[in-house]
Write a protein that binds this ligand. Structure first.
Ligand code: FNR
Length: 185
């Protein structure tokens, strides 16, 4: 695993989900090119403007060349996928499909008690669509509920969550090696 894209489902500056991805980068990304994908400036997806790709979409696609894996951390908005994030996924599902066949690890933090479980289920469905074809690691749900009590000053501090994510990451390293073979001819 050499190049890993980090996709945060929240655009909020002090996002807990961004903090979760920062945790992953700091702890598991030292020897890896691990980078955040900026989708904040994308236009609303509209088939009337998709060809040629708008400049902002082209720029996002360029950052996703040759990635080995993707880590997504997403809140749930009204039990589902935040609109701006879904818009980015819809752009990523067209023509070049840079996430197709890529191993994906899902995470989510919410201030509510169930830690994005409803939104994450919707995300799993979308990532399984023919336009996406993501190889989402099964099970191993990272659902960080009651986020206000698990972060301090923008840092994940909850010990059991830290230990759980560490164990899931070891499995993800294996998944990144074996999952893409499924797509090979
Ligand atoms: C929320 N929030 C929320 N929380 C939850 O557990 N279930 C939900 O369905 C929703 N719905 C929802 C809708 C909208 C529009 C907002 C703005 C918020 C609360 C959410 O978990 C909280 O704002 C998180 O802090 C958002 O994640 P970030 O921005 O910290 O990553």
């Amino acid at each position: 695993m050499q190049k890993v894209a980090l996709l945060c489902g929240s655009l909020r500056k002090d996002s807990y989900n961004k903090a979760l991805l920062e945790f992953v980068k700091a702890n598991f990304g030292k020897e890896i090119d691990m980078f955040f994908v900026d989708y904040s400036q994308l236009p609303y997806f509209n088939e009337d403007i998709e060809t040629p790709y708008p400049t902002e979409v082209r720029a996002m696609l360029d950052t996703l060349q040759d990635i080995d894996a993707v880590v997504m951390s997403m809140p749930e908005y009204n039990h589902s996928i935040p609109g701006a994030f879904k818009n980015a996924l819809d752009w990523l599902s067209r023509r070049e499909k840079p996430l197709a066949g890529k191993p994906v690890l899902l995470m989510g933090a919410s201030t509510g008690p169930v830690g994005t479980s409803r939104g994450q289920n919707h995300l799993r469905l979308s990532l399984n669509a023919p336009g996406m074809q993501c190889l989402v690691m099964p099970g191993n749900e990272i659902l960080v509920g009651a986020a206000k009590s698990k972060f301090e000053n923008g840092q994940l501090t909850d010990e059991s969550t830290i230990e759980f994510i560490g164990n899931v990451w070891k499995k993800f390293e294996k998944w990144v090696k074996i999952a893409p073979k499924w797509m090979e001819e």
